[in-house]
Design a protein around this ligand. Structure first.
Ligand code: 8X3
Length: 263
């Protein structure tokens, strides 16, 4: 007889940046496997819609915690305000992140870079700092950071973004070291080209340029990345998937990909 283990049933999974892209796809994937979700993002109407959809479709519970991960005080107050039955977070998916512009390091807008650095690095760190102590106390937990292939090597126009994703890599490695004598696990998921609203933001709202970037190559979807996240999360407790680098078949590195010429 074949028995299956449902490792997600009744777990509490906290996802930042859950209103679109990889975060939203993770919400759907974990909900479909029976996890209850705490969803965070800034877009409250979108979160409301998602909660309704997931609770109806998958008979799970969703708790919304809208905030901007850059606002440390609000993050702390929001986490504190969680009802007792939602406090025991099993999996933290640090997904909130963005890039604005493709400017050179000596030409871009420092205020935009503040937003990118504060979200991608300091927001992730705030969440980790506030959620991990409870996991240690309970003797179980998994922190899954959404890094990027951009953290492997710098590429043209990506200076700041690449630096933030290199930081995610080292924050993940450092946390894994700090938790080595605990049952907690740390995973860094590093996607290559993924077609989500992320690229529209990168091109400052220019959807045409974002769409053109993906012409001639079948890129990943948020759902493809969510499968890797789920794979790491559902591994047996003694297995720590430290990193996953996942990219389209026709991508080889952050700068090398093959695109078919399209008329
Ligand atoms: C985004 C992936 O390929 O644009 O994290 O650097 S890429």
């Amino acid at each position: 007889m074949v028995t299956t283990v449902n490792r997600m049933k009744d777990k509490i999974v906290f996802i930042t940046g859950a209103s679109s892209g990889i975060g939203e796809a993770c919400a759907r994937k974990f909900a479909s496997q029976g996890a209850n979700l705490i969803l965070n993002a800034r877009n409250v109407p979108r979160l409301d819609e998602l909660k309704k959809e997931l609770e109806t479709t998958f008979q799970i519970a969703v708790f919304l915690l809208p905030f901007d991960v850059r606002d440390r005080n609000i993050v702390a107050a929001s986490l504190k305000s969680l009802p007792e039955n939602w406090k025991n977070i099993d999996i933290l998916i640090n997904n909130a992140g963005l890039v604005i512009g493709i400017d050179k390091e000596f030409e871009g807008d420092l205020d935009e870079w503040d937003i990118v650095i504060d979200t991608n690095i300091k927001g992730l760190l705030t969440m980790t700092r506030l959620v991990v102590p409870g996991m240690i106390e309970r003797g179980s937990g998994h922190i899954i950071n959404i890094g990027s292939i951009a953290g492997e090597a710098a590429y043209p126009g990506g200076s700041i973004y690449c630096a933030t994703k290199a930081a995610v890599r080292f924050l993940s490695d450092g946390l894994r070291i700090d938790l080595v004598d605990t049952p907690l696990r740390v995973t860094n998921i590093k996607p290559g080209m993924v077609e989500t609203n992320f690229s529209v933001v990168r091109y400052r709202g220019d959807k045409q340029t974002a769409d053109n970037f993906y012409k001639g190559i079948r890129v990943l979807t948020g759902e493809d990345v969510a499968e890797s996240v789920y794979f790491a999360a559902s591994a047996p407790p003694h297995v720590q998937i430290a990193e996953i680098l996942v990219m389209p078949t026709n991508q080889a590195t952050g700068t090398i990909s093959y695109k078919e010429a399209i008329e």
